[in-house]
Design a protein around this ligand. Structure first.
Ligand SMILES: CC(C)(COP(=O)(O)OP(=O)(O)OC[C@H]1O[C@@H](n2cnc3c(N)ncnc32)[C@H](O)[C@@H]1OP(=O)(O)O)[C@@H](O)C(=O)NCCC(=O)NCCS
Length: 160
């Protein structure tokens, strides 16, 4: 698999992000809209948007992406908002590579603490395994945050 990473965001990325996020079957329609809105924010405001992207390009297809940004009013904490690999490309090391590359960029920008949020539901067990394999520590659980039997799990990795 010939993967090229790029940080610049282009208008076509809105549709690519929609396609990637929808392909996983993991996200509600309103969550897909949020993912696309972050691309629009970045296109409109540039780095001042606070959203930074990394796209994994496989020839003319976008195979996956990560999106992160500094958390306002903190010294060196960052949120990893999205990391998603298209269903056609999962399980081949691309998520791990995107995660490592995003971490490097966050550390390079002065980030020390990377937070990711996910659901505690059974369906998200692979996602939690992915973060745990990546060295993320389960820092907090907010019971029933998303709804009945749907906790928010917050992971943390210290970098830099
Ligand atoms: C989670 C996700 C980003 C992982 O990307 P990927 O390219 O499929 O994962 P990789 O092939 O790079 O695997 C990386 C590690 O995660 C683990 N992992 C990945 N998928 C897994 C699964 N289904 N079950 C258990 N572990 C899994 C692998 O064992 C691997 O561990 P290793 O590095 O020790 O070998 C991707 O599957 C995805 O987009 N899932 C749906 C969306 C999602 O949950 N995103 C995160 C929240 S925004």
């Amino acid at each position: 698999m010939n993967i090229h990473l790029r940080e610049n965001v282009v208008p076509a990325d809105a549709a690519a992000v929609r396609d990637i996020v929808a392909s996983t079957g993991f996200f509600h329609d309103y969550e897909i809209e949020v993912a696309v809105e972050l691309v629009a924010e970045r296109l409109a405001r540039g780095p001042a948007s606070g959203y930074f992207f990394l796209f994994a390009q496989c020839d003319d297809r976008v195979a996956g992406y990560a999106c992160w940004g500094p958390i306002a009013c903190t010294a060196h904490s960052f949120d990893l908002y999205w990391i998603v690999v298209h269903a056609d490309f999962q399980g081949r090391g691309l998520g791990r590579r995107l995660l490592a590359e995003a971490e490097q960029r966050i550390a390079g920008a002065g980030g020390r603490r990377i937070y990711v949020e996910t659901s505690g539901r059974e369906q998200y067990l692979p996602t939690r395994s992915f973060y745990e394999h990546g060295g993320y520590i389960r820092e907090a659980t907010l019971a029933e945050f998303y709804g009945p039997d749907d906790d928010k799990v917050i992971y943390l990795k210290v970098v830099g």
